[in-house]
Design a protein around this ligand. Structure first.
Ligand code: MN
Length: 228
């Protein structure tokens, strides 16, 4: 086995609730506009058109409970999302077999430099600059489906400084978790360690340094993050 020219990058991994083991993450897929009310607030048609995805980087995940206000923006938004973690991959996964690939779940925030994303949209450019920046994916510890099952309904709520900003229910997802896995697997080879951020309900808004975000997904967990 040849030696590496430089030290290989660390494996990015999530803590697992109630365990000293880690869940290693390979790719972070994110779906856009997966709750009708959020599609409308962003100025789009809420009807069911084919889903679309972008990616964050595994090293954008953060488990410290702190979100440093990022550079080059004046408009950073919170997006609370259910995170799905796969323990098995594949291609052309059937919808009715998709949940067999799911190891567990977490509460995540798809933090977004909305101003930079808006410019990218206007210019027909990719979204990475708005979405895939350092520490842009705060997450809770991952929880195995063996403990909580596969949630398909339940309240999704985000408070900022104690005031409710985003509220919805997982049953409002336009594309359900098994459908997202199946669809993605037609375009990509999914693998163990891939995770999916499943979209956000309406109420996305800006945060500033000093704010505290409290994200709760019924039956999954909670996540508290301070903007610093
Ligand atoms: Mn999102």
């Amino acid at each position: 086995m040849p030696a590496y020219i430089i030290d290989p990058p660390a494996v990015n991994a999530a803590p697992v609730k109630g365990s000293d083991k880690l869940f290693p993450v390979r790719r972070v897929y994110c779906i856009g506009r997966n709750y009708a009310a959020h599609a409308i607030e962003m100025g789009h048609d809420p009807n069911r058109e084919p889903p679309f995805f972008f990616q964050k980087n595994p090293d954008n995940m953060d488990f410290t409970g702190k979100f440093p206000y990022p550079t080059k923006t004046k408009d950073v938004h919170h997006e609370i999302e259910l995170v799905v973690a796969l323990s098995k991959g594949g291609t052309n996964i059937a919808i009715d077999k998709a949940l067999d690939h799911v190891w567990g779940y977490a509460v995540g925030l798809d933090m977004t430099r909305r101003d930079l994303q808006g410019i990218a949209k206007d210019m027909g450019r990719p979204w990475e600059i708005g979405k895939a920046f350092e520490r842009s994916a705060p997450m809770s510890a991952f929880v195995p489906a063996s403990q909580i099952g596969h949630p398909s309904s339940g309240k999704v709520e985000l408070k900022v400084n104690g005031k409710v900003k985003q509220t919805g229910d997982m049953n409002q997802m336009i594309w359900k978790v098994p459908e997202m896995i199946s669809y993605l697997s037609e375009y990509f080879e999914l693998k163990a360690g891939d995770i999916i951020m499943t979209g956000t309900p309406s109420g996305v808004a800006a945060v500033v340094a000093g704010d505290t975000m409290e994200a709760t997904i019924e039956g999954v967990g909670e996540l508290k993050v301070s903007v610093v």
